[in-house]
Design a protein around this ligand. Structure first.
Ligand code: IMP
Length: 174
C-alpha cells in the first residue's frame, strides 16, 4: 500500500507538547481524567499524558464503529467502558481524528450524561471538509485535507498504527 509522508515525528512531538502545556495551564489545581478512545488515540494519548504536568488519571473507551474501512456510519458501540466514575471530575476525551464528527459527538453526549465537572475534547487531527456534525475541538493538533491518514496510532485495516509519523494512503503505485 503506497504511503506518502504527511507530518513528521518531530513536528508531531512539538505540537503534542504545546497541547500538553495548554492543558496543564487550563487545569491547574483540578482533578483531571483523560479518556483515550481506542484504538486510534493510544499513541497520541500516551504522548499527551506525558506532557501534562498535573496529577492525571488515564481511562480508556473501546468503541466499535459500524461502517466500512474508510467511512464511519455514526453508529457507535462502546465495547470497553471506563473503569471508574467520572462524576465531578474534569474530563478530556482524546481522539485520533475527527472526521465526520459522528463518533466524537456520540461519545461526548454519552460521557456528558455521567455528570463530569467539565468535558473537553482533544483530537490530534481534524478533517473539516467531511464534517457532518460540527464539533468544538478544545485541543487540536492539526487540520488536514480530505485524505485517508495512517500512522501514530491511526490504521488502515489494522495496519500502520506503529508508524512514528503521519502518512497519507495513496492510490498510486509506489
Ligand atoms: P468520524 O465518526 O467520521 O468522525 O470518524 C472517527 C473515526 O474514524 C476515527 O476515530 C478513526 O478511527 C476513523 N477515521 C476517520 N478518518 C480516518 C483516517 O483518515 N485515517 C484513519 N482512521 C480514520
Amino acid at each position: 500500500m503506497p504511503l506518502k509522508p504527511l507530518i513528521d515525528a518531530d513536528t508531531i512531538a512539538d505540537r503534542v507538547a504545546d497541547l500538553g502545556r495548554a492543558i496543564t495551564h487550563d487545569f491547574l489545581g483540578k482533578d483531571l481524567v483523560i479518556v483515550a478512545v481506542l484504538k486510534g488515540s493510544y499513541v497520541f494519548a500516551a504522548d499527551l499524558a506525558r506532557h501534562i504536568d498535573l496529577d492525571v488519571a488515564v481511562e480508556f473507551l473501546g468503541v466499535r464503529s459500524y461502517g466500512d474501512q474508510q467511512e464511519s456510519s455514526g453508529v457507535v458501540q462502546i465495547t470497553t467502558d471506563l473503569s471508574t466514575s467520572i462524576e465531578g471530575k474534569h474530563v478530556i476525551l482524546v481522539e485520533d481524528i475527527v472526521d465526520t464528527g459522528l463518533t466524537i459527538s456520540y461519545l461526548h453526549e454519552n460521557l456528558a450524561t455521567r455528570q463530569p465537572a467539565s468535558l473537553k475534547i482533544a483530537s490530534l487531527l481534524h478533517k473539516p471538509a467531511r464534517t457532518r456534525v460540527p464539533v468544538d475541538i478544545d485541543y487540536l493538533g492539526f487540520t488536514v485535507d480530505d485524505v485517508f491518514i495512517v500512522g501514530y496510532g491511526l490504521d488502515y485495516a489494522q495496519k500502520f498504527r506503529n508508524l512514528p509519523y503521519l502518512a497519507v494512503v495513496t492510490d498510486e503505485d509506489a
